[in-house]
Design a protein around this ligand. Structure first.
Ligand code: ZN
Length: 208
């Protein structure tokens, strides 16, 4: 990873793009990147992700303890969890979309979001054809990040090949990759796939 300032600029640009796609309403979402030092550069709490400034990014230790002044995202511990589970992760992005909210509420308690037969499944590492089935982990929403992280950890660690994403029901997506760009691709892929799944759900509901 380049120096912290360059990483910060990449996060700011990513925030603008995700906001322009409707994936960061109000102050929703949070983004982070792992620096060479092992510290995590993360968005501060309550910031608008389409209008981020460098001063709204701060460093935390791998366990989430603030290094710089300020209050990091309320969901910092979930970012820390992803970095702890996979040493190759360089960036984590958390987005809120309409489909990712509505469909995951409908599927709450099912344990996973099944996606099958879509061309864009190829966004996931190791998937080379549309003729595949991917089940993204889905957990119930909670404001208790310690409890949520404790619930997620075994779900992530149980995967034979770790999928770079999970959803929280009625809340949103966590996606990651070795770089910010790679994580952004996973966000776009997942949110597109959820939008497709939601449209299909509506079609079936209409009896077609
Ligand atoms: Zn959130």
């Amino acid at each position: 990873m380049p120096d912290a300032s360059t990483v910060a600029l990449s996060i700011i640009e990513t925030g603008r793009r995700l906001d322009s796609r409707g994936l960061a309403p109000a102050t929703a979402g949070n983004y982070s990147a792992r620096l060479d030092s092992g510290e995590i550069l993360i968005t501060a709490s309550g910031t608008h992700k389409g209008r981020l400034t460098e001063a709204q990014l701060m460093r935390v230790a791998p366990d989430g303890t603030p290094i710089d002044a300020g209050k990091s995202s309320a969901e910092t511990l979930l970012h820390c969890l992803v970095y702890a589970v996979d040493a190759t992760v360089g960036a984590v992005l958390h987005t809120h979309s309409v489909a990712g909210t509505v469909l995951t509420r409908a599927l709450a308690g099912s344990g996973g979001i099944e996606l099958e037969g879509y061309e864009l499944l190829k966004v996931f590492p190791g998937v080379a054809t549309h003729d595949a089935r991917v089940v993204l982990p889905l957990v119930d929403n909670s404001q208790d990040m310690l409890a949520l992280a404790a619930e997620l950890r075994p779900l992530l660690e149980a995967q034979e090949r770790l999928l770079p994403a999970f959803y929280i029901a009625g809340h949103g997506l966590y996606a990651w990759g070795p770089t910010i760009e790679a994580a952004e691709n996973i966000v776009e892929g997942c949110e597109f796939l959820l939008a497709c799944a939601w449209e299909e759900w509506k079609l079936k509901g209409a009896g077609r």
